[in-house]
Design a protein around this ligand. Structure first.
Ligand code: KIV
Ligand code: NA
Length: 266
């Protein structure tokens, strides 16, 4: 069976079907989600926090995104793979954005790219779409702007901020984006944005009315240590499961229970 494309995504909105998206950063995990039927996988720059050990997404490089995107593409057969353009890879303008997005499409084989910003990124989106590269937009809480935000506060609160979010949503749709992520905005505002657009909204901390939902897979599976954001639902406790497995292995080795005769060659 062929890969999901942006045409399938557009058809889902027309039919009123909701769909899930998860992040993925390696071939093995991506193959699990591909086999589980997750239609869209995001090689998010959240790899900075959960995979590469950075404090924020800001240091993530094009090389890191390209290498892990190629791995995710190799690990999947059916999922549409979307790669984030990292901070610094599109802020100089549309030509820089096109150069870097082209690299991810040609080198890594992704089917679409994502970049942050509404009105401020419309030029970049337009040129990529003209060049034949599908673009997912990302507005509301845009983590690459952590230094400007002074953290990760809820976005779109108050009449002025709400109107700006609606303008940003309209701007990315007009620029040709095939979908738009709404991150950490009030549910009522996300619902209004969703009703006002013909492209699907992908919510994260944006309530139940969005057309799709995305979570960082290590949050969803309970692998991350530390504080879990309010909007995350943990569907597994992988950190505990994996830690227990490591402790049992260690105890077996120290105690001589592993390897047993059946694990040895004679
Ligand atoms: O990098 C990421 O994981 C993202 C999603 C949270 C939308 O951008
Ligand atoms: Na991201």
């Amino acid at each position: 069976s062929r890969r999901i494309t942006v045409r399938d995504i557009a058809a889902a909105k027309r039919r009123g079907e909701k769909w899930p998206m998860l992040t993925a950063y390696d071939a093995m995990t991506a193959s699990v989600f591909d086999e589980a039927g997750i239609p869209v996988l995001l090689v998010g720059d959240s790899m900075g926090n959960c995979h590469l050990g950075y404090e924020t997404t800001v240091p993530v490089t094009m090389d890191e995104i390209a290498i892990l995107s190629a791995a995710v593409v190799r690990g999947t057969k059916r999922s549409l793979v979307v790669a984030d353009l990292p901070f610094g890879a599109y802020q100089e303008g549309a030509v820089q954005a096109l150069r870097n997005a082209t690299r991810l499409v040609k080198e890594a084989g992704v089917g679409a790219v994502k970049l942050e910003g509404g009105e401020r990124s419309a030029h970049q989106i337009e040129l990529l779409v003209q060049a034949g590269i599908p673009v997912m937009a990302h507005i509301g809480l845009t983590p690459q702007s952590v230094h400007a935000f002074g953290g990760y506060p809820v976005q779109g609160r108050g009449e002025e901020a709400a109107q700006q979010l609606l303008r940003d949503a309209k701007a990315v749709q007009d620029a040709g984006a095939f979908a738009v992520v709404l991150e950490v905005v009030p549910a009522e505002l996300a619902a209004e944005v969703t009703r006002s657009l013909h492209i699907p909204t992908v919510g994260i901390g944006a309530g139940a009315e969005c057309d799709a939902q995305v979570l960082v897979w290590t949050d969803m599976a309970g692998l991350n240590g530390g504080r879990v954001p309010k909007f995350v639902k943990q569907y597994a406790a992988l950190r505990e499961t994996l830690g227990d497995a490591a402790k049992e292995f260690a105890a077996d080795v120290v105690g001589g229970a592993y390897p047993a005769p059946e694990h040895a060659f004679h």
